[in-house]
Ligand binder design. Structure first.
Ligand SMILES: NC(=O)c1ccc[n+]([C@@H]2O[C@H](COP(=O)([O-])OP(=O)(O)OC[C@H]3O[C@@H](n4cnc5c(N)ncnc54)[C@H](O)[C@@H]3O)[C@@H](O)[C@H]2O)c1
Ligand SMILES: O=P(O)(O)OC[C@@H](O)[C@@H](O)[C@H](O)[C@H](O)CO
Length: 395
């Protein structure tokens, strides 16, 4: 029997990154999603195209050898597929991990194969697979929990490729950037060995990779998105054409670079080269990445380990500079009541109903005694006191 991977989330990164590389590695991919239109299309259309776009032109690959299951209506089929799979991946968004965990827990529990399968969450989050594992353990019978390692092994990952929202008429086809990086921990696989997926860079210690990625790509991206949204820009590339916004991004990345270089074995020159690559990638005009997609879910992005508060907290603890990150945080707080973004409405509510100190604690999870608490409270208070109508971009 050939190799089989179950992938949760047939969205942008699911189809345009994870499934592409699993397919190239020789896996049959079984997509699991809850959106009827995605599942119907994947079930009726036997191939789709992934097109890399860059200034060098376009390259298209065709993805085949997949099936699709709707977990809302066919949960037992998903359990059956997991019980005989080699790999389970997901790209559903960090807040959705708790919803996919119960069915994965049942699938793991039903396994009889001698070899454990690999579980790799492909989300923008520090310890994304650990979080998923915690939810899976909660849904596993206490007596079966200790032996779960015989049925599944869990590895954290860092995943990097810009996949913007796709044109409404594109169907399953995905337009993406050429660059990609997929880094996964190898130690959890021990003597069993990691799965054979050539696109993955296997490492012993993921922390430098995930922090460098989240605190450079995503800090820079989100800074451009929030300043861009406020300035009435449509895309990230458009926002970065403004020298003021470009400078804010550069300043924020200078601060996160100082942390990355101080904390990890990454030289200043190496980080500088990385920053240049990232600024050029997020400025790619061929991707048409909207400020609303990149700014989506502002409460998640303002949380304790995330792209602004995560590095700023560590800089504050080291007595290093974090002013530009406070500017990005302030702009994120202004991303309120944005259409189709539930968290942006929730953010407006939290800011309206709480004191600056309580809103700071609720949004960021910072301890009140932390050296970053007061600086964040100051920007929270400033945004709360603004008289202009929340969420209206200033053009
Ligand atoms: N798009 C990018 O550039 C990019 C790059 C790197 C990492 N990521 C990360 O990948 C994840 C997904 O991002 P995306 O851009 O592909 O989002 P997306 O919205 O395009 O895709 C998410 C998919 O998950 C599905 N989903 C939601 N709930 C589900 C459930 N309970 N069961 C199964 N499927 C469910 C949705 O229907 C959707 O198809 C996020 O964590 C994101 O941070 C995205
Ligand atoms: O996916 P999010 O919401 O965490 O962040 C939005 C973008 O910054 C993100 O999707 C990037 O495109 C991606 O992380 C690039 O690798």
């Amino acid at each position: 029997m050939g190799k089989k991977a179950i992938h949760f989330g047939g969205g942008n990164i699911g189809r345009g990154f994870v499934a592409e590389f699993l397919h190239t590695a020789g896996y049959e991919v079984v997509f699991v999603d809850v959106m009827d239109n995605i599942i119907n299309s994947l079930q009726t259309q036997k191939s789709y195209k992934v097109t890399e776009v860059s200034e060098d032109g376009e390259t298209t690959k065709t993805i085949t050898n997949y099936r699709a299951i709707n977990s809302k209506t066919h949960e037992s089929d998903v359990i059956q597929e997991i019980s005989t799979a080699d790999v389970v991946t997901c790209a559903v968004g960090p807040n959705v991990l708790k919803f996919i965990a119960p069915v994965i827990a049942k699938g793991i529990d039903a396994r009889t194969a001698p070899k454990p399968m690999a579980v790799i969450a492909c989300e923008n989050a520090i310890g994304g697979t650990d979080t998923l594992r915690k939810y899976i353990e909660e849904k596993t019978d206490a007596q079966r929990r200790t032996s779960m390692g015989e049925r599944a092994q869990f590895a954290n990952s860092a995943i990097d490729r810009i996949v913007p929202a796709q044109a409404p008429d594109s169907g399953l086809d995905v337009r993406i950037e050429k660059f990609y990086e997929w880094v996964v921990e190898k130690t959890p696989f021990g003597s069993v060995g990691h799965p054979d997926i050539p696109a993955i860079h296997w490492v012993d210690n993921l922390e430098p990779y995930i922090e460098r990625k989240l605190f450079t790509v995503n800090t820079g991206h989100a800074t451009a998105a929030y300043y861009g949204y406020y300035a009435g820009k449509k895309t990230i590339a458009e926002a970065l054409k403004e020298s003021f916004i470009r400078n804010q991004v550069r300043d924020a990345l200078k601060e996160t670079a100082s942390l990355i270089v101080d904390k990890h074995e990454i030289s200043a020159q190496e980080q500088q080269d990385y920053v240049e690559t990232i600024v050029s990638r997020i400025s790619n005009p061929y991707l048409e990445d909207s400020v609303e997609r990149v700014g989506r879910a502002p409460m998640r992005k303002l949380s304790r380990k995330e792209r602004f508060i995560g590095p700023a907290a560590q800089l504050a603890e080291r007595g290093m500079k974090f002013d530009a990150l406070m500017g990005s945080t302030e702009m994120a707080l202004r991303f309120q009541n944005v259409q189709d973004d539930d968290e942006s409405a929730e953010l407006a509510k939290v800011l309206k109903e709480n004191s600056p100190a309580d809103a700071t604690a609720l949004l960021t999870g910072l301890e009140r005694t932390h050296p970053l608490f007061q600086p964040v409270q100051k920007v929270v208070a400033r945004v709360q006191s603004e008289s202009k109508e929340a969420g209206q971009p200033r053009i």
